[in-house]
Design a protein around this ligand. Sequence first.
Ligand code: BG6
Length: 559
Amino acid sequence: MTEQQEPQAPADDALQAPDSSGVAQEAGDELTNAERAILAAAQAATTATTELTMAANPLRDPRDRRLPRVAGPCVLVLFGVTGDLAKRKLLPAIYDLGNRGLLPPGFSLVGFARRDWAHEDFAQVTYEAVKEHARTPFREEVWKQLSEGIHFCPGEFGDDGAFDVLAMMLREIDETRGTGGNYAFYLSVPPKFFPLVIEQLKRTNLAKGPDGSWRRVVIEKPFGHDLKSAQELNAITSAVFPESSVFRIDHYLGKETVQNILALRFANTLYEPIWNRGYVDHVQITMAEDIGIGGRAGYYDGIGAARDVIQNHLLQLLALVAMEDPTSFDADALRREKEKVLRAVKLPADLATGTARGQYVRGWQGGEPVVGYLEEQGISSDSATETYAAVKLEVANRRWAGVPFYLRTGKRLSRRMTEVAIVFQRAPHLPFSKDDTEILGHNALVIRVQPDEGITVRFGSKVPGTAMEVRDVNMDFAYGESFMESSPEAYERLLLDVLIGDPPLFPHQREVELSWNILDPIEEFWASQGQPEGYASGSWGPASADAMLARDGRAWRRL
Ligand code: BG6
């Protein structure tokens, strides 16, 4: 998305895709014979895949031979390797990047956790995670090369000795694997540990490398639980790392379909003229999940749906939909426009009617009975945490004044589905018989974030026949059909951006604070309201959420 993301010359020693002539790039003098063999195999595989895709896909411009963005020499230090995120997303994403030829041969991964593991044990854990969750096919030679760079450092976050060992280990890795003192520290740990880890990185001088090297810290949400705690957390981080080295992960920004909102709006002329209060009736942003809280009671209880996903994912989606065009796609320009939107967000005058929250009770999901939130393991029987949240917001500026943005999210809803629907006003006049247009709805443009990624345009069309009957029809764009390849996982994209040092897809602290500014009064209001309304698992949420739209003469889209 930035100029940096335009075709770049890959680092000399990268495991690379073929160049425009199809001839393998020079991989540098540092490679062993084994590495050269792996490189050649990876190049052959990439060439084959690329050619197959190009040949098979008529929509792909055969002149598109852009070189991939590849990471230079570096080490990724992962705190929290025993967590679910590491297993399901991060470790597989690292493999997928390696498999796509986007990591350098010397790339090294260091796991840090409170486990009595040797390097081989962590390598085995990584292997299993890759086998189970990687997006791309397993290739022995890629795994072999990756596994040679896998290390483990046992210890607790408060243990000075363990961090001294980590510092030593990293120096050794630099010497043996040519990683050049470039380290990314990924904190996939509960936020209460952030200060400890960051303090340790400072104490061991790991936060700042020698000239010519880089150090970056990656923080997973939640970035605090309100404005004040987010500011405190930032104060701790920014005392040690400059803002340019802090990468805050909001994995929704790594999703192809979310980035495509920018392409849709700013690479085309079709939509922008009608993308405003003159034509748009309202916007609906839905993130529905069919899962419950699973084993995440410790994280989720007391946090709830709004802090978990509205503060970050849904407000980021709103910002991308509502923002003005950035002057360029570099991080500053993009963030500036998103910030303007977040600053312009206005809460409903009456939070009782302009918001809704719920908590799932027992019900049925996929033909199976499921327990209610209060019966989930680790949840106290009087928890007032919401598992469903809906809010009505306005973006008070010239483009959007008066257009409601309805945001909703919930667990244990009928199905998993994230979408942004731009719902247009009705035609001001219909020159047809009223009977013939009775069931005509609003035109809508629906960005399907997941699953079934794509875009639908809904509009009225004449029903074949002798009468002038008009009905709604859908025109569909599906990623799978147009591009014929699976999109990278959000974490693949974001991890690569961290290693390259490309920040546009990472929210700035100002965006985080502006989002808390929006949410804090809502949370405060809810805290005074006692128990959330129950909704049956497998349903579409509490009745109060439907009532919220009904009062405006509207309804949630049926998904
Ligand atoms: C996370 C939330 O940020 O996003 C989870 O903490 C949620 O509660 C998850 O389940 C959903 O992500 P995705 O990519 O499956 O929509």
